[in-house]
Design a binder for this molecule. Structure first.
Ligand code: NDP
Length: 244
């Protein structure tokens, strides 16, 4: 079990990419990482939301972030290779990557899952982060120590009725993290999963519309785990599935 210290880890000088940085947990992660000294690369599909995150970071006195508008449902391998080239030329390295963007899809009986929904959920939640990671390896290798964090879920560890495609995508994400952690165990890149647990966001509201949201953690509440995993304090933690 990984113990998360309650102190404020520094992210000074870190270059960190966050997917889904325009909303929910990803937005809060970008604001928190920037507040802790990181330069954030904000990736997402809705430009206006990324611009709002950018503005909040700059207004709070953070280092100027970069914006990468990209729909991970339609992105190709070339997009990711170009991202790697740009990151290397602009920053020389990538210290952290938070794979946070996901879609829930429709919660329904397994028999009713439509092929196109299956395709989209697996594309965004799994395939996009797989090929983005693959393309970014040179930037990650250029960092003294790099941390790649994938986002999991409780239903990625224990299957649950009606959560079909989303649960499968999260199980596969856990497996991919373990494969990468083992392959790179002798390199300076560590791979882990965070399961945020029930958190007050649009995705959670879509899954549980009748829920009293005041009972839920906010994205800000779970940031100590995220910032710890991005900081040098988590060097040596590899191949772990961490709960917030
Ligand atoms: P939100 O729905 O609030 O945010 C998801 C983010 O992903 C948004 O910024 C969204 O962009 C982005 N995104 C979705 N599709 C794409 C795409 N095709 N291309 C690029 N970006 C995309 O979700 P949460 O913040 O709740 O979830 C964050 C992570 O945490 C997810 O991986 C989720 O599975 C996981 N999680 C969340 C839990 C919770 O209770 N909230 C519990 C367990 C796991 P846009 O806003 O533009 O649509």
């Amino acid at each position: 079990m990984v113990r998360i210290p309650s102190n404020n880890s520094s992210l000074d000088q870190k270059i960190i990419l966050i997917t889904g940085a325009g909303d929910g947990i990803g937005k809060q992660a970008a604001l928190t990482f920037a507040e802790m000294g990181a330069t954030c690369i904000l990736l997402g599909r809705t430009v206006s939301k990324l611009e709002a995150t950018y503005d909040s970071i700059v207004q709070a006195g953070g280092l100027e972030p970069a914006i990468v508008p990209l729909d991970m449902n339609g992105a190709t391998h070339k997009h990711y290779l170009d991202m790697n080239t740009t990151i290397l030329s602009e920053y020389g390295r990538l210290d952290g990557c938070l794979h946070n963007a996901s879609v829930l899809g429709n919660l329904c009986p397994f028999n009713e899952i439509k092929p196109e929904e299956w395709q989209e959920v697996l594309q965004v939640n799994l395939t996009a982060s797989a090929f983005m990671t693959q393309a970014l390896i040179p930037s990650l290798k250029a960092a003294e120590h790099a941390s790649v964090v994938f986002t999991s879920s409780g239903v990625g560890r224990q299957g649950r009725a009606f959560w079909g495609t989303y649960a499968v995508s999260k199980f596969a994400t856990e497996g991919m993290m373990q494969v990468l952690a083992d392959e790179y165990k002798n390199a300076h890149i560590r791979f882990n999963c965070i399961n945020p647990g029930a958190t007050r966001t649009a995705m959670r509201a879509k899954a549980f519309p009748a829920e009293d949201v005041t009972t839920l953690k906010t994205p800000a509440d779970i940031m100590p785990t995220y910032s710890f995993m991005m900081s040098d304090e988590s060097i040596g933690i590899n191949g772990q599935s961490i709960n917030c």
